[in-house]
Design a protein around this ligand. Structure first.
Ligand SMILES: Cc1cc2nc3c(=O)[nH]c(=O)nc-3n(C[C@H](O)[C@H](O)[C@H](O)COP(=O)(O)OP(=O)(O)OC[C@H]3O[C@@H](n4cnc5c(N)ncnc54)[C@H](O)[C@@H]3O)c2cc1C
Length: 405
């Protein structure tokens, strides 16, 4: 393994240490073949979102030297998400029991889900008990703040807040906006949907469009007797879909996405949604936007790869963006552990992830199309389907990868 050392005095025990590189052009040293068999690469992770932090914890547990660079001055907030057995199994296999248990501690299990139409009432009741029977865990509601705090505590690596990356090179060089330059064996861009790392790797003319902007509103609020369900509810409303999820400490997370520019308080939304929105404190009410981009087969170059939204943003319609980032982290950590050549490990990771993320991208778009059907058509269709078919549609994206199941 290797350690972080003061600038100019790198001390390597195998892999290349994360070093402050001299200003101006310099040559990378040839890897020492004898050492590289037993060594673990040094890794710079750009971005301290769910994906970057989980990867840090997984890599430090296998002996890698890791630094996380985060442009925000402090841990970012955000509201809440749901995470599913596919992500939790990836955490358990690549991050170990300690990481898995710590994450579950801040989560609230979701045992069932209902779909409710504007006019026809309940359309489907989904029993999620089979997830626990099959994978040992069901879907979970969690606030981003609590999840990120847990992952920071387990990262085993410095998280440098206020460190904004301006560009990276395929040789493993990372330049910060203040001019500081760092180097490592591997650089992972986990810097979200507008990824600077991805932009650094784009060849001239390569497409950088984001598509399908979905407006969203989210809130976290105490149940306060307004919503008593133990599961998740989905209400199909006039301009979008409202999901309501349980959180720990008797709190509730609600979100609405669609073409919705104001919080869902108006005509057409059910009383429970309007009451939750009205009870949400202003500082817990967030507007947002989501995009997707069709994944490409090869998203890294040389010593650099991408992870999570930086590589393959998907729509939140199947609640799987962060889960995909966590799965990416699990697979990337496994490939780095398996392959003594870090560059080969990165390409194997990209090859292995491409079909999976393409499948989820398509499912998320399919769900958007279903939600956007005229209300009467959508309701008739869902009401006609047996619950077991809707259960399969709702949970197929949550099935763990064979290597983690
Ligand atoms: C309304 C909504 C609901 C959602 N619900 C769910 C859900 O229920 N389940 C689910 O799995 N997913 C959900 N998602 C998707 C999920 O939020 C994202 O897929 C996930 O956060 C991506 O994680 P990430 O680690 O890849 O990136 P991010 O969480 O975006 O983190 C990127 C980090 O990189 C930092 N950064 C950016 N640029 C730089 C730079 N140049 N230098 C240094 N740092 C930088 C950023 O500050 C940030 O901290 C939802 C999304 C939306 C919009």
């Amino acid at each position: 393994m290797s350690r972080v050392t003061p600038a100019g005095r790198p001390v390597a025990f195998g892999g290349r240490p994360v070093t402050a590189a001299p200003r101006g052009p310099s040559r990378l040293s040839e890897p020492n073949k004898e050492e590289s068999v037993v060594s673990r690469p040094s890794v710079i992770i750009v971005g301290s979102g769910v994906g970057g932090l989980a990867l840090a914890g997984m890599l430090t547990r296998q002996g890698c030297e890791v630094v996380v660079l985060e442009r925000s001055a402090e841990r970012r907030d955000g509201l809440a998400i749901t995470i599913w057995p596919n992500a939790l199994r990836a955490i358990r296999r690549s991050g170990g029991e300690e990481m898995y248990e710590a994450v579950l501690k801040v989560c609230e299990p979701i045992h069932s889900a209902r779909m409710i139409s504007q006019s026809r009432g309940p359309l489907a009741a989904i029993d999620l008990g089979f997830l626990t029977r099959r994978y040992g865990v069901t879907g979970q509601g969690v606030t981003r703040a609590e999840l990120l705090d847990t992952l920071i505590a387990l990262a085993g690596a410095p998280v440098r807040f206020g460190a904004e990356v301006s560009r990276v090179s395929p040789d493993g060089t990372v330049v910060l906006t203040d001019g500081e330059t760092l180097r490592a064996d591997v650089v992972v861009g986990a810097d979200g949907v507008g990824s600077t790392v991805r932009r650094s790797l784009l060849r001239p003319g390569q497409d950088d469009r984001r598509e399908n902007p979905l407006e969203s509103w989210q809130g976290v609020v105490d149940r306060g007797g307004i919503w008593t369900s133990e599961g998740a509810d989905f209400h199909f409303g006039p301009l979008g879909t409202c999901g309501i999820m349980p959180l720990t400490d008797d709190r509730v997370y609600w979100f609405v996405d669609g073409s919705i520019r104001t919080p869902p308080t108006g005509e057409g939304w059910p009383d429970v949604v309007r009451a939750l929105v009205a009870a949400t404190p202003a500082e817990q009410l967030f507007p947002g936007q989501a995009w997707d981009r069709r994944p490409v087969r090869r998203w890294g170059r040389g010593r650099v790869t991408l992870l999570g939204d930086a590589a393959h943003p998907i729509l939140p319609t199947i609640g799987q963006g962060a889960c995909m980032a966590l799965e990416d982290a699990g697979v990337l950590a496994a490939r780095i552990a398996q392959d003594p050549d870090p560059v080969c490990a990165l390409r194997r990771y990209e090859d292995d992830r491409y079909p999976r993320v393409l499948g989820h991208f398509k499912k998320a778009r399919g769900m958007l199309r279903m939600r956007a059907l005229p209300g009467a058509v959508r309701d008739r269709m869902l009401a006609a389907l047996p619950d077991r078919t809707i259960t399969r549609m709702y949970t197929e994206s949550t099935v763990p990868l064979p290597e983690f199941s």
